[in-house]
Ligand binder design. Structure first.
Ligand code: CTP
Ligand code: MG
Length: 234
C-alpha cells in the first residue's frame, strides 16, 4: 500500500501576541478565518489524503464548523498547553497509522501557504528524507545576543527562518516525540526542533519557502494578511 499523507493544522494556541481577544486563527481576512485559509490549502492539494485540525480548548465547536465544508477534513481534536503538546495530541490521534505514512504539521496562523511549498515538502519525503523543513533566507543580519551584548555573528548566508509545513515520516516523528515527552525539560518551538534535539542522527532537509507564507503573529501582520487576501481571493 502506498504511504498516505495527512496534514495536521495546528490551531491550539491563544494568540497572545496578537491580542485580538480570541485565538488568532479565528480572525477573518478576506472574509474567512485564518484557519479556513490554512485548511483550504491542504484540502485542495492532491497529495494530501486527510486534514486533521488541532484546536484550542474551548473552541472546538467553532473549529468543527470551519472545517465542515472541506472534503478532506477528517477530525478536529483538542490541543495542549504548548505547541509540542498540540503536536503530541495529533500524533496520538494518528496512532493507528503505519510508520511509513507521512505527516505534515502546519501552523494555522500561516494562511497563505502555496501549493508549490507543499509540493517541495512532499517531493523531499518522496525522495527518502524523513524530516523536512521549509525555510526562507534572513534579510536582516542575525546575531546571538546574551544579556544585552552580542556573543556571536553567524554568517548571514547560512541564516534561515523556518516556516511550516514541516513534513515527516510518521515513525520518525513518533520516535522523536517519545523521547521528548519523557524529558521534563522539553523546550522546542517546532517539530523539527524536537527531531534535532531527540533524534540528532536524522538529517533535516530544508526546502524553499515563500515570503507569502509568513505567520500572523502581531497586529501589523493582520494588515499584510488583509492586503494579500484582497489581492488573491482563494
Ligand atoms: N499552537 C498550537 N498549540 C499551542 C500553541 C500554539 O497548536 N498550545 C499553534 C498556533 O495555533 C499557531 C502555531 O502553533 O497556529 C504557531 O504558534 P504561535 O504563532 O506561537 O501561535 P500562538 O501560540 O497562538 O500565539 P502566541 O504565542 O502569540 O500566544
Ligand atoms: Mg505561541
Amino acid at each position: 500500500m502506498a504511504a498516505r499523507t495527512v496534514a495536521v493544522v495546528l490551531a491550539g494556541g491563544v494568540g497572545e501576541r496578537l491580542g485580538a481577544g480570541r485565538p488568532k486563527q479565528l480572525i477573518e481576512v478576506g472574509g474567512r478565518p485564518l484557519l479556513a485559509h490554512a485548511i483550504a490549502a491542504f484540502d485542495a492539494h492532491p497529495g494530501i489524503g486527510e486534514v486533521v485540525v488541532v484546536m484550542a480548548p474551548g473552541h472546538l465547536r467553532e473549529a468543527a464548523a470551519i472545517a465542515a465544508p472541506f472534503r478532506r477534513a477528517a477530525a478536529v481534536i483538542e490541543g495542549g498547553a504548548t505547541r509540542t503538546a498540540s503536536t503530541a495530541a495529533a500524533l496520538r490521534a494518528l496512532a493507528e497509522r503505519p510508520d511509513d505514512d507521512r505527516v505534515l504539521f502546519h501552523d494555522a496562523a500561516r494562511p497563505f501557504v502555496d501549493r508549490e511549498v507543499i509540493d517541495r515538502v512532499l517531493a523531499a519525503l518522496d525522495g527518502g528524507d524523513e524530516a523536512v523543513a521549509v525555510g526562507v533566507p534572513a534579510s536582516d543580519t542575525m546575531v546571538v545576543v546574551e544579556d544585552g551584548v552580542v556573543v556571536s555573528m553567524p554568517p548571514r548566508e547560512t541564516m534561515t527562518r523556518f516556516q511550516t509545513p514541516q513534513g515527516f515520516r510518521l515513525g520518525t516523528i513518533r520516535k522523536a516525540y517519545e523521547s521528548a515527552l519523557a524529558d521534563p525539560e522539553l523546550r522546542a518551538t517546532d517539530d523539527c526542533g524536537v527531531v534535532h534535539r531527540y533524534l540528532p542522527e536524522v538529517t533535516i532537509r530544508v526546502v524553499e519557502g515563500s515570503e507569502r507564507n509568513f505567520k500572523v503573529t502581531r497586529p501589523l501582520d493582520v494588515v499584510v494578511a488583509e492586503h494579500l487576501a484582497s489581492e488573491d481571493p482563494r
